[in-house]
Design a protein around this ligand. Sequence first.
Ligand code: PEP
Ligand code: MN
Length: 294
Amino acid sequence: MMSRSPGEISGREFPLADLLNPEAYPLAGRSAERPKTLIELEGASIGDGGFTVIAGPCAVESYEQFAEMAGLLVKHGLKLMRGGAFKPRTSPYSFDGLHQEGLDIIARVKGETGVLSVTELMSTEDIDAVVPVADIVQVGSRNMQNFPLLRAVGGIGKPVLLKRGFGNTLRELLLAAEHIMKAGNPRVILCERGIRTFDPSQRNTLDLMAVPILQSVTHLPVILDPSHSVGTPRFIPAAVRAALALGADGVIVEVHPHPEKALSDGAQSLSPGCFSAMMEDITALANALGRSIG
Ligand code: PEP
Ligand code: MN
């Protein structure tokens, strides 16, 4: 059998130096015919040149918490709320989500406010429960190379927010997206959420250059997660400003109505006051850049 080079994809070979060549990604690679993918939802879009702010708690904790957060989004004219009902947790003793009860809360709050949901699917076992409720299905960092899960979300007919593995290269992220697309789902959003490095001053080192590099290679929208990377509210607004200025298609940021009471990731969650101040700040920058926030 002939040996295969590390750069061989779809039977074609690419030198290692060319791994960020769009042609290495038959479906995700950008081209003159396909410069940009637009993800359109009811009243929200990602990839249209605007800056999409997805905000919300790490986890759905109660109806009251989720409804209060939805009120804050509506106040800011935002439409996409994050919140996990199934949470990947490092410790098996940590709160890992409300599961079906959390999905019911997401559906109820959507019915009452019109706010759309971004929620995580951790396992193929939960597809039938999660997919009908989610407007965007999140595949988390730890699952970026869970190939059965990637193939499964290829068949769900809803957009997928694919987060970069904390130990994965941009090439691996692009090829994970390629798995989803090859399985039939063209609506993939890429998310840089920090990679593990030697420096504990951030929870994970935010790789800002992922934005221009990915955008040069792929037509898929690229967003940043400043929360799981930077890991502290103090510097999150700076990361969001950077995302906007770099031309990212948006951000996904953790905000909790009462961060001190959060059952997961409270220490990195913005309070409503900090979130509102940040929104005001980035609106001024967006205006200067000629970009709309939605
Ligand atoms: C999350 O979004 O809450 C999360 C767990 O993110 P990540 O998969 O990037 O760690
Ligand atoms: Mn979180």
